[in-house]
Design a protein around this ligand. Structure first.
Ligand SMILES: C[S@@+](CC[C@H](N)C(=O)[O-])C[C@H]1O[C@@H](n2cnc3c(N)ncnc32)[C@H](O)[C@@H]1O
Length: 278
């Protein structure tokens, strides 16, 4: 596949898009990803309590043959694109940051997956693909960085009839979130408060609002919605030596959510699986 960068005319970008470009061009220079963990796609194990593993498995279940085309929008440094190329999809990753796409190209080459992946610099709001191109469109932690309505319209356009759209996003529609947004709490524990050096929050990103979540539901025929992360959200405040506990927190959430819908509704990470009408 061609890995030629399609340069976006930067003067076309909105102020918000330009801030994202500046942030991620810088971030990708200082935090270059060097390794991909393919286990979520290739392991025999299932981890239904992990939002990321769940998303990867749902996409893997959609795989039929190596002619299927998958679009990862907001692909960042290419980790998830590499995982889906390993499954067998022909992957196109798009991202607004040239820095991220540069790292992504290098990363997939390291695993010999460059023939199955192409990375192009473009905003999700202006996709330069023909209508009905992709069998699957997916995004991981990205809708909350963009103009959601414009991006969903584009994704719907480039997805083939009957194709699958799948997203994993942070959600801002819970009661816990409203409490979290209270000024005294924000002062005490700021948004980027974490023991994790890799936590990064851009100026404009916001967890998805109820209205934005409803836009996903009205753009695609939603087949599955699941929430995660009630206890899980606190792990980043714990000292590093306790981070292996994150699996325990995720599992505890999963057990509780399987038993109690009201508990699931407190979750602030969501997976949405939808289809374009055939
Ligand atoms: C939180 S990162 C997620 C990256 C990747 N999906 C991952 O999980 O590692 C958000 C990404 O969105 C990209 N981005 C921000 N605004 C965008 C836009 N309007 N169109 C396309 N990509 C955008 C950023 O460059 C960044 O790579």
């Amino acid at each position: 596949m061609s890995n030629v960068a399609v340069e976006t005319n930067r003067t076309d970008l909105t102020d918000r898009q330009q801030r994202e470009v500046a942030y991620y061009d810088q971030y990708s220079t200082n935090h270059e990803v060097q390794k991909v963990d393919f286990a979520p796609a290739v392991s025999e194990q299932l981890r239904p309590w992990s939002p990321y593993w769940s998303l990867v498995r749902l996409v893997r279940d959609e795989y039929r043959d190596n002619s299927q085309k998958l679009l990862e929008f907001g692909c960042g440094m290419g980790v998830t694109s590499a995982v889906f190329a390993k499954v067998g999809f022909q992957v196109t990753g798009i991202d607004i940051s040239e820095g991220n796409c540069r790292v992504a190209r290098k990363l997939v080459a390291q695993y010999g997956l460059e023939d199955r992946c192409s990375f192009q610099v473009m905003p999700g709001e202006m996709l330069e693909f023909e209508d009905n191109t992709f069998d699957v469109v997916t995004g991981v932690d990205i809708l909350h960085h963009v103009d959601v309505a414009a991006v969903l319209e584009q994704l719907q356009r480039v997805l083939k009839p009957g194709g699958m759209a799948i997203f994993k996003e942070p959600l801002g529609d819970t009661i816990l979130e409203r409490i979290r947004e209270l000024k005294p709490l924000m002062k005490l524990v700021p948004r980027d408060c974490s023991q994790d050096d890799h936590v990064h929050i851009t100026e404009d990103e916001r967890k998805l609002s109820r209205e934005e979540i409803n836009l996903i539901r009205s753009t695609f025929t939603v087949e599955k919605e699941r929430r995660f992360s009630v206890l899980q959200r606190f792990y980043r405040l714990l000292p590093r030596r306790w981070w292996n506990l994150v699996w325990k927190l995720q599992r505890a959430d999963y057990e509780m959510m399987s038993r109690c819908k009201a508990y699931e509704n407190l979750g602030d990470i969501g997976i949405f699986v939808g289809r374009k009408a055939a």
